[in-house]
Design a protein around this ligand. Structure first.
Ligand code: ZN
Length: 175
């Protein structure tokens, strides 16, 4: 079943039994915690979840999430639009289950009898995928890369010259 809309809550075990793929869009504005560090909340999130059982019959979920967010570039302080992509594989386990036998590369998702909150999962993944220091690509940034690094600049050289010239003049008794 392709392109089912993304319901807010699902039972991953049932969906895995049916081999369901959920795919849909939701509004950025609905993800309040995600929008907190963003400059605006306009936009959509594209999400796809593939539910299946692996060879050991464990329930696994593969997520594919894409969006674009606007943040403040930490180099030039202008807005920057950043594409965000996140992919994860989850192994669904019962609460308190032994997770040592899980294959590597899976995030453990403990789930009791309650349905899985897909919206919260999307929000959590996107929060982790946000850059810690948002910035433009160097060629798109108003502030060229390296401009804020303390290198000896031409400015400093020319600034120091008048003083050294003055010092020389003072030492020269003929002036
Ligand atoms: Zn910038």
């Amino acid at each position: 079943m392709l392109n089912d809309p993304i319901p807010p809550h699902v039972d991953p075990r049932k969906l895995a039994d049916r081999g369901t793929t959920l795919q849909g869009e939701l509004l950025l504005a609905n993800l309040e915690r995600l929008c907190d560090p963003l400059s605006d909340n306009v936009g959509t999130v594209q999400a796809k979840f593939v539910f299946e059982r692996d060879e050991r019959k464990a329930v696994v979920i593969h997520s594919f999430i894409d969006t674009e967010v606007k943040m403040v570039c930490q180099r030039c302080l202008e807005l920057v639009t950043l594409p965000i992509h996140s992919e994860c594989s989850y192994a669904v386990v019962k609460e308190g289950a032994n997770t040592q036998s899980l294959p590597s590369g899976y995030d453990v998702l403990e789930l009791g009898e309650d349905p899985l909150d897909l919206q919260a999962l999307i929000e959590e993944e996107l929060l982790l995928a946000l850059p810690i220091v948002p910035a433009h690509q160097p060629e798109e940034c108003q502030q060229p890369a390296g401009a804020d690094e303390p290198e000896p600049s031409e400015d400093e050289v020319t600034r120091s010259n008048p003083f050294s010239v003055l010092a020389q003049l003072k030492r020269d008794p003929n002036v």
